[in-house]
Design a protein around this ligand. Structure first.
Ligand code: EPU
Length: 343
């Protein structure tokens, strides 16, 4: 295994921000990870785990040792009367994996088609779209402890999934595995019989337009791809990291207060009684859609997505993000929390 020095990261992050990794190692197997841990001079270095860089903002060169996860492989592990259990290497491209499952007849991931990133990163982030989150289809994952080199398995409860959150996003002393463990394989539980999830307005509209009573998983997959292509920028063409902020949660009283001032606000009632606000609407209402600060901008078709208009630095992206946070706070009293990891 080679340690590569001063590796350009521009093509390894979907924002296409120019930065370098001081040292980078590509891991293609669990054995590779254990090898890295076994090296005396590497073991003590802090580590940064990189998938395909679809959820990071690089604000400078990356100093910790970058472990680029390139663990491949996908297979059906088992099939019972109740489910297909499917496994993928953490370095597999998420969308390619979703496409493959559907081609094999293992339905259930279709609502999450076209989400950028790798299978491992999707688990760190608990990705979700159009009414389905990764945790809804999750079985278990394998990871290697970056201190001991030991392989361990976590179930959904142990991953502590939350809204765009998991144990792998936290690094406090007592809990959290950020930088401490590297996900190698993820297993998914795809229930039988398959049931369509069509609750989201954009998707319900497609069903009506197509005039079909019982759409197939492949039809839903195609609609999701169409919806996403229509309103989200393709990172290969315009650098971005998907939604830049999480949709904030407020109390019903706070929401009523905002509705009184802005009746058009978009919100959703959650099962626990709280209310989720559409951050894209809040940003749009503050007039940010289509605006730029330096080379960083707010996407014209979805104000929740910040884009690299060409040559943006991570600093420019964060300056824009802070300006948006300030104006949303001043107008609505709500603090927006970034979704990507700022490095
Ligand atoms: N809206 C505006 N103006 C905008 C953007 C949005 O008024 O500029 C309004 C829309 O009209 C809509 C509402 O805000 O009524 C919500 O917008 P949308 O349906 O596009 O969904 P979102 O809440 O902005 C979330 C996820 C997306 C996911 C979609 C669909 C978050 C942070 N984002 O976006 O996930 O694809 O729902 O499920 O939860 C991602 O995480 O990177 C991501 C793209």
């Amino acid at each position: 295994m080679l340690i590569e020095k001063n590796v350009p990261l521009q093509s390894f992050n979907t924002f296409h921000i120019v930065a370098k990794a001081r040292a980078l190692v590509r891991v293609t197997s669990e054995a590779d990870v254990r090898f890295v841990v076994a090296q005396q001079e590497w073991r003590t270095l802090s580590k940064f785990i990189l998938g395909s860089g679809s959820n990071i903002v690089l604000t400078g060169d990356v100093k910790p040792l970058v472990l680029k996860v390139e663990i491949r492989g996908r297979r059906l592990l088992s099939e019972t009367a109740k489910a297909f259990i499917v496994e993928a290497g953490a370095g597999e491209n998420w969308h390619d994996f979703v496409t493959w499952t559907l081609q094999q007849g293992y339905s259930g991931l279709e609502n999450m088609a076209l989400i950028p990133g790798t299978v491992g990163a999707a688990s760190v982030q608990n990705v979700g779209a159009y009414g389905v989150e990764l945790q809804d289809r999750f079985e278990s994952l394998d990871a290697v402890d970056l201190q001991s080199g030991k392989l361990f398995t976590l179930n959904a409860a142990q991953c502590a999934f939350g809204y765009r959150d998991s144990v792998f996003k936290h690094a406090s002393m007592t809990v959290g595995l950020a930088g401490r463990a590297l996900i190698t394989k993820v297993r998914f539980h795809l229930p039988k019989p398959w049931r369509a999830v069509l609750g989201y307005a954009d998707l319900a509209r497609k069903v009506t337009e197509a005039n079909v009573e019982q759409p197939t998983a492949l039809q839903i997959y195609q609609w999701i791809c169409d919806i996403r292509r229509a309103k989200l920028p393709d990172p290969d063409l315009i650098g971005n990291a998907g939604s830049f902020f999480k949709n904030p949660t407020v109390t019903p009283e706070q929401c009523a207060d905002i509705i009184a001032r802005d009746p058009k606000i978009v919100y959703y009632h959650l099962a626990d009684g709280s209310v989720k606000l559409a951050a894209g609407w809040l940003i749009d209402a503050c007039g940010w859609r289509g605006k730029s600060v330096g080379n960083a901008g707010v996407y014209e078709k979805q104000a929740l997505v910040l884009v690299n208009r060409g040559g943006a630095t991570g600093g420019e992206v964060m300056t824009l993000a802070k300006a948006i946070q300030t104006s949303v706070y001043e107008r609505f009293g709500i603090r927006l929390e970034p979704e990507p990891v700022v490095v």
